[in-house]
Ligand binder design. Structure first.
Ligand SMILES: *Cc1c(COP(=O)(O)O)cnc(C)c1O
Length: 447
């Protein structure tokens, strides 16, 4: 699989390894697949009996054909597919794809596990890699859990004021320990953390000394494995499906939606994606300005400098980190994309209604993010002449929002031990101002 960069005028491409090990192109832009590999030969022989790991190995093999052999793809699958999505078919119109079986209960566990496994597989035994990530909410726990098993990878987690939760302190890189996780608190905002990561990736002197990459969503190996979700739902449904197939995706930074579009470009037969947003309507303005959706839902939120706080915090995004990747897809074929991606904006009130309806009608408990997407699916299905099946991606575990769900559904919410662990606070190994030099010296002192 070869990658080019968004906005690049030349036809230069880099390998998958280059794109994931140096995920911020020196020339600006972000990496996008240059030519979409075709996974149909790997996908079509599988049916509803195939387990998730049986899918990950051949699809990874098909995608990375020129860089990883079959045995390598099988090792990657064995390391990352210990957790699996679960498709719950509600009726002939709706399904839920639960992506909440991982350690922290979000779909990000799947991409973190794949990223760790793929980096480890592509790393030669004498190589060492430094990985940086921001670590708000459960992402820190997700990434550190996925990366702790790989001794040749050291992971630095940056987070803004406040605390970090759910990390295994035995994996911390303290003097004399074999640990490989370095949590660092930055006096600044989440944007500051992301900016520091980009600065360190662009510091040539540093990256010559320490091979450094990022585990944030700019890394293509975080996005690619999310395409597997859609393939998995398709193979589970294909025998019974007689209608068009749609996916409803809770969208904040649009990583998951872009991965769905990649799956489509890799050869998945799918008829459309519903971009389910909360009132922050993350891409609404952009889409409107480009006149892509003249009839797009026109929710007028008051102008403000920060996103509104809603019941679905992971969707409280004003300026999606992945907008460049999405726009690159739109620029290629705007008319096709307009008939492939359907925006929906869902209010908090509708989110609660959705949770209540999912419980009363289908006995399913949905977290608020999943509920945004389910309401968007219900609305889309209500269109005149609609005759399709919509798979709603359930991206977060309901046990992370017990009070809200107990109020809305009247049910007692069980909290699995792994989700309860996310309440455990950890102290950082360093607490520093938002300065590149400080961060570099903290990391250097760990070697
Ligand atoms: C991160 C996250 C999302 C948003 O996904 P994007 O890929 O950023 O659009 C949705 N739901 C949950 C639970 C999340 O953690």
């Amino acid at each position: 699989m070869r990658f080019s960069t968004t906005g690049a005028k030349n036809g230069n491409t880099v390998s998958f390894k280059e794109a994931v090990f140096h995920c911020l192109p020196q020339t600006g832009g972000l990496y996008i697949p240059a030519i979409m590999p075709d996974i149909r030969a790997a996908m079509y022989p599988m049916d509803e009996k195939a387990g998730y790991n049986e899918l990950v190995a051949p699809v990874t093999g098909a995608l990375l054909e020129d860089e990883m052999d079959e045995a390598g793809a099988r090792r990657v699958a064995a390391s990352c597919a210990g957790i699996a999505p679960e498709l719950e078919i509600l009726d002939e119109r709706f399904s839920i794809l639960h992506l909440t079986n991982g350690p922290t209960g979000t779909f990000k566990d799947f991409s973190a596990a794949f990223l760790g496994a793929v980096l480890n597989e592509l790393l030669r035994p004498e190589e060492h890699l430094l990985v940086l990530s921001q670590a708000v909410q459960a992402l820190g726990a997700s990434i550190s859990g996925a990366f702790a098993p790989y001794p040749n990878i050291t992971t630095v987690l940056l987070y803004p004021e406040g605390s970090i939760y759910g990390l295994n302190e035995d994996a911390f890189r303290r003097p004399g320990s074999a640990g490989n996780i370095i949590p660092v608190r930055i006096a600044g905002s989440l944007d500051d953390c992301n900016r520091l990561i980009n600065e360190i990736l662009l510091d040539e002197q540093w990256t010559r000394r320490y091979s450094t990459t990022s585990a944030t969503a700019i890394n293509p190996a975080r996005l690619i494995p999310q395409a597997f979700f859609y393939v998995y739902a398709f193979i589970k449904l294909k025998k019974t499906l007689s209608q068009d197939l749609f996916f409803s995706v809770p969208s904040g930074n649009f990583g998951n939606l872009i991965a769905g579009l990649y799956a489509w470009k890799f050869g998945l037969p799918v008829n459309g994606f519903i971009a389910a947003m909360n009132i922050n309507n993350a891409l609404g303005d952009l889409w409107k300005r480009r006149n892509l959706y003249p009839n797009a839902p026109d929710y007028k939120a008051p102008p403000r400098s920060r996103p509104a706080v809603t019941l679905s915090p992971a969707l409280d995004v004003h300026y999606p980190a992945n907008h460049e990747l999405l726009l690159a897809l739109y620029d290629e074929v705007p008319a096709v994309m307009r008939n492939m991606v359907f925006p929906q904006v869902i209010t908090d009130e509708e989110t609660e209604k959705s949770m209540e309806f999912a419980w009363k009608r289908y006995n399913v408990i949905l977290d608020p993010h999943s509920a945004v997407a389910f309401m968007a699916a219900l609305k889309h299905a209500g269109r005149r002449d609609f005759d399709g099946h919509i798979v709603t991606l359930a991206t977060g575990h309901p046990a992370r929002y017990p009070a809200l769900l107990e109020r809305v559904t009247g049910q007692k919410i069980d909290i699995p031990p792994r989700i309860a662990l996310l309440q455990k606070k950890s102290e950082p190994l360093a607490d520093i101002p938002c300065e590149l030099d400080m961060l570099e010296s903290v990391i250097a002192s760990c070697f």
